[in-house]
Design a protein around this ligand. Sequence first.
Ligand SMILES: Cc1cc2nc3c(=O)[nH]c(=O)nc-3n(C[C@H](O)[C@H](O)[C@H](O)COP(=O)(O)OP(=O)(O)OC[C@H]3O[C@@H](n4cnc5c(N)ncnc54)[C@H](O)[C@@H]3O)c2cc1C
Length: 454
Amino acid sequence: MKKIIIVGAGLTGLAFAYECLLRKYDVLIVENSTEVGGLARSVSHNDCRLDIGVHVLYLKDKQVRAKVAEVIPQEKWLSVRRNGKLYLKGRYVDWPPTSRSLFQLPLGFSLRVFLDQVLKKKNEESSPNFESAILDLYGPTLYRSFFQPLTRKFFQTDPKKLHADWAFSSLRSATKIEDQSFAQSNQYLTQTTDAKSKRDFNIFKFLSQSLKTDRDNEPFYYFSDGFGALVDAYKEKILQLGGRIILNKSVTALKVEQNKIKQATIDGQIYEIDELVWTGNPFALCRLLNIVCPPLDFLHSKFVYAFLKRCRKDHQVCYYADSDIPFVRATILSNHSKDIIRNKNVSDVVCLEYPFKSLEDLAANSTDIKLQVIKELIKLKMIDQDLDVESIFEIKVPYSYPILTTDYREKTAELQQRLSQFDHLIVTGRQASFNYENSDIIIKNVLHHPLFRS
Ligand SMILES: Cc1cc2nc3c(=O)[nH]c(=O)nc-3n(C[C@H](O)[C@H](O)[C@H](O)COP(=O)(O)OP(=O)(O)OC[C@H]3O[C@@H](n4cnc5c(N)ncnc54)[C@H](O)[C@@H]3O)c2cc1C
């Protein structure tokens, strides 16, 4: 029987383990935190189930939809009508755009956005970066009032130092635009966003498609008990099929013979390996293999949850570009499902997402966070008064986002090249392969992995 060790019990590791077990492989998962699910888990606190930021599924792909239905019964799915917002010029604007959006922005601002398109000049930069890519697509008005400040706040970096790939991958993810390049690769992060693909991001095309979309027939999917229900269901299936999961541990040594990975040491015990599937931190993998990891940049996140007694907003997620608002995104988790709340003193839960460039900054304790949050939520008209906040809770998540700097392609190619010398090693998942895929794509990628082709 093929012996598979999977490092990391996030969605990638769990989905991979499940497919291996269906093929009767011997599977051991090792996860260095206290629970499974990684970024896709839900955490219990204050009698509420809390996701890590916003987490939803789209299930447009039939194969992925069927797989999710196999893992978690459809009775547990919730189909939710998308109601997102952008906070722009001090106003809440529908996102994705609706016919109302046209009246939610100041008229002068909309006219300037339109004029930018008419007066658009072709950008001649030979190696485009995030800034030049967005200026090319959407012009200076939208760039300076939204994309630039949001990107600066998120990455704490000059947008010129980010690769143009970040522009397209984040647009694909936030807008669900399925340009040619996405259609061919089924990846948010592609290196083939050519002129044809870029035409699909055209603002008028996007607006007209968005306005034509029947929102009732374009829902996203969620689970009544929180997004983490999916990873919990995977875990249950894995255990039923005889898979083993070791929590709170990692691989401490690997035995490599003639570039073949033969054994792994976990918690002092040695395990034989036919295939090592690594979905965890790439720096740790390189250390075990005794190779140098290129200096990949990651962003780290803190999620602050405010338990509210009353909330004035009915949207699910909103992006905040303004530099005087310290978080980048706020998600009212209870507007996905009220069932996540079992505390009778709480009516809503909002999750605020704060980015950090360094692990030291992430680890530092913030003072007066409750007072700051109350001030912001009142300013943003989410609550009326301080008494509307019952309590605050925070979760710190290291390595939450890859940072696609202008040299990231060279660095990831170097990493792949160094890892490619090892046999019986599969490197996949968000951290390990430095990608930016969502859960739908992760499940699809696992189903299409060469190991499962026969
Ligand atoms: C804020 C945020 C919002 C998102 N929203 C959505 C959304 O709405 N919809 C969507 O589809 N996707 C969303 N995503 C993306 C989605 O969460 C990820 O694509 C997916 O969960 C990644 O799964 P993964 O298993 O590859 O990685 P992870 O979830 O990061 O899992 C990796 C696991 O490996 C463990 N690990 C790391 N190193 C080691 C080691 N050395 N040894 C042992 N274990 C290790 C970690 O503890 C972790 O459990 C979002 C991501 C973020 C950050």
